[in-house]
Design a binder for this molecule. Structure first.
Ligand code: NAD
Length: 247
């Protein structure tokens, strides 16, 4: 098993790619903490996995919530090896693409949430002799996008560079940090325009593979980066986008 003996926290694991990653990690031998604001859905994901999984309530924007989550993980599973910063909100539901409150909300969840997660996970990883951090950015963290709030691009670009910063600063602690950049995937819970079938069909025309990705295609990439198979990979960014940004 590719994650035998590892303990992982996955934020935003109540749905979508986070839930798929939690199921895959558990199948590969990890103990998994499913962390999300959605208590009901998160508990369901953990219960379906069984003994190797726990749900913990987490609001990624709340520093105390992160401190409590890392402490609970160490208490229950004894250590922390892997952090997947996956929680996020879309910028495509905003009617006003210049809304200042939207800027603050999207940045708080997508960028500050990742900063806080790494801030609280890194000391636990150092105490355990190392670890692997996988941060969910997006192709929107590398190129501009139409019809989404610019905070989404900015927040995902922040994730991309925060990841490289941590990779450089903590290599000596045997902590690796990498970012994953999905392209068109099943819509997020918070998607607006980008969930519209007509807009999706139009966007697919610029994807070389002419199809959207599946959640497991992202989960397998996260699994690889989390595992010791990626032991010499840090500070890397991996698009999972059917070739969208290769054009
Ligand atoms: P999703 O909406 O299905 O899941 C996001 C999860 O994050 C939800 O369970 C939600 O409750 C949780 N969340 C939101 N705010 C939170 C908070 N403050 N604290 C804790 N949890 C919170 O979306 P998804 O498609 O699974 O997306 C996962 C990640 O991948 C996100 O970071 C997203 O930006 C990124 N991404 C998604 C796509 C896509 O098209 N779906 C493409 C590129 C990147």
């Amino acid at each position: 098993m590719r994650l035998a003996g590892k303990v992982a926290i996955i934020s935003g694991a109540a749905s979508g790619m986070g839930a798929a990653t939690a199921r895959l990690f558990a199948r590969e031998g990890a103990k998994v903490v499913i962390a999300d604001v959605l208590e009901h859905e998160g508990t369901r994901v953990a219960d379906a996995i069984g003994a190797g999984a726990r749900f913990e309530k987490l609001d990624v924007t709340d520093e105390e919530s992160w401190a409590a989550l890392v402490a609970a993980t160490q208490r229950h599973f004894g250590k922390l090896d892997v952090l997947v910063n996956n929680a996020g909100v879309s910028g495509s539901a905003e009617q006003d693409l210049y809304s200042t409150p939207a800027w603050h909300r999207i940045m708080a969840i997508n960028a500050t949430g990742v900063f806080l997660g790494m801030k609280h996970a890194i000391p636990a990883m150092i105490a355990g002799g190392g670890g692997s951090i996988v941060n969910l950015s997006s192709v929107a963290g590398i190129i501009g996008s139409e019809g989404i709030h610019m905070a989404y691009n900015a927040s995902k670009a922040a994730v991309r560079l925060m990841t490289k910063s941590v990779a450089v600063q903590h290599a000596r602690h045997k902590i690796r940090a990498n970012s994953v950049h999905p392209g068109m995937m099943p819509a997020m819970r918070t998607s607006g325009r980008t969930a519209d079938p007509a807009i999706r069909a139009e966007r697919l025309q610029s994807v070389p593979m002419r199809r959207a990705g599946e959640v497991d295609e992202v989960a397998y990439t996260i699994l690889f980066l989390a595992s010791d198979e990626a032991s010499y990979i840090t500070g890397a960014e991996i698009p999972v986008d059917g070739g969208a940004i290769a054009i």
